[in-house]
Design a protein. Structure first.
Length: 556
């Protein structure tokens, strides 16, 4: 009877009530469908697959800072070790295990945030449902190209803490267990990207101002975050002292010069305009908002994350993922809040069966529509330059289990092939990210006729010694050497307009020169020179004879 009445009202022209009432289940089906597609069809990974490889090597006994050098702090390698260990134990491909890990984090973050929001005033369940769908867009759909990056993991771990902070402002206190878990998760998240400490500072300042209770600065979430940070420092010192003693000095002296961007180039004009519009919208609607605490927390989180992006001076798109997500959620809160106020008197009772059928139809239709499009999108995923094309081409001619090496300032998504084909990697570094700063220091010293700073000389010596030792240890075959000095091709990544001869610089080390004497240049493949060991040249001949490789040989 109820369903018949609803149908008659809709047919008779009173369609607003049914449309409003069924909007949430229909949008839920569509959003869950597109989110599932985006989680199942992953983009081509770069940093993420390197970290999976690094985690696997550490699980096999390598020491961080010694046998393996990752410029980021050890936490991300340890965290990535969870899916790496599970994948290894169950025989699952490591990228697939990482996808599963991210899916669990998404489900945890979205579900817990929605549960926290359900405890508010009447109508909180509807707001929580809409916010959960917005979270799926902000943490899965919008940042899809960068999902699995440290910034993405940080975002998922931090959002429940932000929701809890907003609840504190509104006078709702979580249980001690919830506060402890939120603090631990947020602590891990912010330790993944310490640059985003500005988010904590801004949000806690808001909590203090709005509550006027300084005792809240000693609450369990803050204590858990502080304890997590302290425990992490102790763990790094105990388990990875080489990271502190070797990698940190190298990174301090050289990493600033890698992919460095000017401050005024980091914010794109249209992006800056969008952020300003969202902030103005918040200011205009502020007094009308029923969820003004959550909106203000997300605003300050977005501002703090934007500052965290700027202070890195890199301009990588994925560095801006947290800020984009926080502003996405802020905009969603503003829209949902006004939508629920407008529809409050227009809501009608709905049929659970009809809502379920509608949600299921939307779910299936969206998957059928989005899946083939997303598969096509995932093929390139931004990695479309000639270096990546060559890597893919030559990988088919390199046997499984081989030890390979690319000498370059960036290797792109090559660790996709390393993991897929079971290759070993003939270096402790993923790439020679320290060379731009070292080269610039050497050029400046030559130009000014001054002595190169001792710190940079030490960095150069450490780099050459490490590459030489790894060459002698791993005997990689083949080796692709990027022609970063060739002005006829695109410059190597991370060095701007700088041109440098990698082999000439490395050969200044007698150890490298001696080890490199066992290699012979077999030819040229795209932007790379192809080298093989003198007594193991078969793989180079196979690469040069491969039709795929031949298609990549032509000059860029």
């Amino acid at each position: 009877m109820g369903n018949r009445a609803l149908r008659l009202k809709f047919i008779g022209g009173d369609w607003i009530g049914p449309a409003v009432s069924y909007a949430l289940p229909l949008m839920a089906g569509a959003t869950l469908g597109v989110s599932l597609v985006y989680l199942a069809v992953r983009p081509q990974w770069g940093d993420q697959t390197w970290l999976l490889f690094a985690a696997r090597r550490v699980l096999d006994g390598a020491s961080l800072g010694g046998d393996l050098v990752e410029v980021n702090a050890p936490l991300i390698v340890w965290l990535t070790g969870i899916p790496a260990a599970i994948g290894g134990a169950l025989g699952i491909r490591l990228p697939a295990a990482m996808q599963g890990f991210v899916i669990v984090l998404v489900a945890f973050s979205v579900a817990w945030s929605a549960i926290l929001l359900c405890r508010g005033a009447p109508g909180a369940r509807r707001f929580a449902g809409w916010f959960a769908l917005s979270m799926l867009f902000a943490t899965v759909v919008h940042p899809w190209v960068h999902y699995g990056q440290r910034e993405h993991l940080m975002l998922l771990l931090v959002i429940p803490y932000l929701v809890m902070a907003a609840a504190r402002i509104d006078g709702e206190a979580p249980s001690n267990g919830e506060a402890l878990v939120a603090g631990l998760c947020a602590g891990i998240g912010f330790l993944l990207k310490p640059h985003h400490v500005f988010v904590v500072l801004a949000v806690e300042a808001l909590v203090l101002v709005r509550s006027r209770d300084f005792r809240l600065m000693y609450r369990l979430e803050i204590a858990a975050m502080a304890a997590t940070a302290l425990g992490y420092v102790i763990a790094v010192w105990h388990w990875t002292p080489d990271y502190l003693l070797k990698v940190v000095p190298l990174a301090i002296n050289t990493y600033y010069g890698y992919h460095r961007g000017a401050l005024w180039d980091l914010i794109l004009p249209m992006r800056g305009l969008k952020l300003v519009i969202v902030v103005l919208l918040w200011a205009v609607l502020y007094r009308r908002l029923a969820h003004r605490a959550l909106a203000t927390v997300l605003l300050l989180a977005g501002v703090g994350a934007t500052i965290g992006y700027l202070v890195q001076l890199k301009g990588h798109e994925y560095h801006f993922v947290p800020a984009i997500a926080f502003f996405d959620l802020l905009f969603a809160v503003l829209v949902i809040d006004q939508w629920l106020q407008w529809t409050a008197r227009r809501q009608l009772p709905i049929s659970a069966d009809l809502a379920s059928v509608g949600a299921a139809v939307m779910f299936i239709a969206v998957i059928a529509l989005c899946y083939p499009l997303q598969v096509a999108r995932a093929v390139n995923n931004g990695y479309t330059d000639a270096r990546v094309a060559v890597q893919r081409a030559v990988s088919q001619a390199i046997p499984r289990g081989a030890t390979v090496l690319i000498l370059s300032t960036s290797v792109g998504p090559v660790f996709e092939q390393v993991l897929d084909r079971g290759w070993k990697w003939g270096s402790r570094f993923d790439c020679l990210w320290m060379l731009p700063a070292i080269f610039n220091a050497e050029l400046a010293a030559d130009f000014d006729e001054t002595i190169e700073p001792e710190a940079m000389r030490d960095a150069a010596t450490l780099t050459r010694n490490a590459v030489s030792a790894d060459l002698a240890r791993w005997h990689p075959n083949p080796v692709l050497v990027d022609r970063c000095d060739d002005t006829s091709i695109t410059p190597c990544m991370g060095i701007g307009s700088l041109r440098l001869d990698l082999l000439q610089w490395l050969r200044r080390d007698s150890g490298f020169a001696a080890a490199w004497a066992d290699y012979v240049r077999a030819g040229q493949v795209g932007p790379y020179d192809l080298w093989c060991r003198k007594d193991e040249g078969g793989v180079c001949r196979d690469i040069l004879a491969s039709p795929l490789a031949e298609a990549s040989v032509s000059p860029l």
